[in-house]
Write a protein that binds this ligand. Sequence first.
Ligand code: ACO
Length: 336
Amino acid sequence: MDKVRAAITAIGHFLPEDRLTNADLEKLVDTSDEWIQTRTGIKERRILKDPTKATSFMAANAAREVLRKRGIGPEEIDLVIVATVTPDMFFPATACLVTANIGAVNAWGYDVSAACSGFLFALSTGAQFIESGKHTKVLVIGADKMSSIVDYTDRTTCVLFGDGAGAVLLEPSTEGVGIMDSIEHTDGTQWASLCMLGGGSLNPPSAATLEQNLHRLHQEGAPVFKAAVKGMADVSAQIMEDNNLTGDDVRYLVPHQANLRIIDATARRMGISMDKVMLNIERYGNTTAATIPLCLIDWEKELRKGDNLILAAFGGGFTWGASYVKWAYDGDKVNA
Ligand code: ACO
């Protein structure tokens, strides 16, 4: 019998209906559809417009889809981990709001803050609870309402981000499938390149922080781009080498969707062609912690038990990492 691994046994998602297109952005800032598409690959993003709804609403909807597809009740969930940088509020954790919303009365939960690497960091921590034998049903959710922190007067960032949520269920498997390996990195020395300065204990909200526009995402694109290209390519190549995988062994690269050019560089380094790369940045933009599960949802029907997937991400912090996942079920047998 193979060792106990954390297998992804169901996936779910939520995308708001409202679309923000490049043409819409042309009316807000000095940009063009041509610039956005050639520099990023994005055509449109989804925006959660209802001001009464926030990240936990999207996360709970994604979680409900997981439960429905797996055919289990919320009371069976042991643990809910939510990766997000746009929690509904500082505290309680978004995971607490999600457990209440879906009726996961026997679960505990917490949030993970690792920006665009949040889903991968949450996945590898969630997997530990399965592998150790402590839990048998862990929900890992990546959800972000980026529109709540994006500055729609800053053309260098407002074109990049969208809102959304994706969720996976982790359960134990001894069939040689599941999360086979993962690598995580953090380098805080360049934190100022990608951050939101206001609202925390360093710069509590005040008239001054509002005036200085500190409650919005700030990014210096060029240094982040440079670090992302190297970080995502290096970590993806490393996890393949550690597991003796060649490009031919990999069914799909599932990259964080920040910029088509970063993804392209990663695929080239891994020796895999773009037809084996999950890409939906054109439709959703960068949904931060939600990008990877939103790709899995879009490709679910294509996936077969035993497929080798490399999940890779880079984000604010800096944070970056990769997971090697052997897919656990035939996607075309799932009733969506
Ligand atoms: N429309 C038109 N022109 C623009 C726009 C826009 N939306 N944005 C920037 N420009 C201009 C700039 O002002 C600049 O003009 P200048 O030369 O006159 O100064 C020019 O275009 C080039 O700007 P660059 O920043 O060099 O453009 P670049 O090709 O680097 O693309 C981008 C910018 C897309 C932001 C890129 O740097 C990038 O993808 N960075 C990484 C993003 C990322 O991976 N983030 C990590 C994850 S996010 C997270 O963790 C929350």
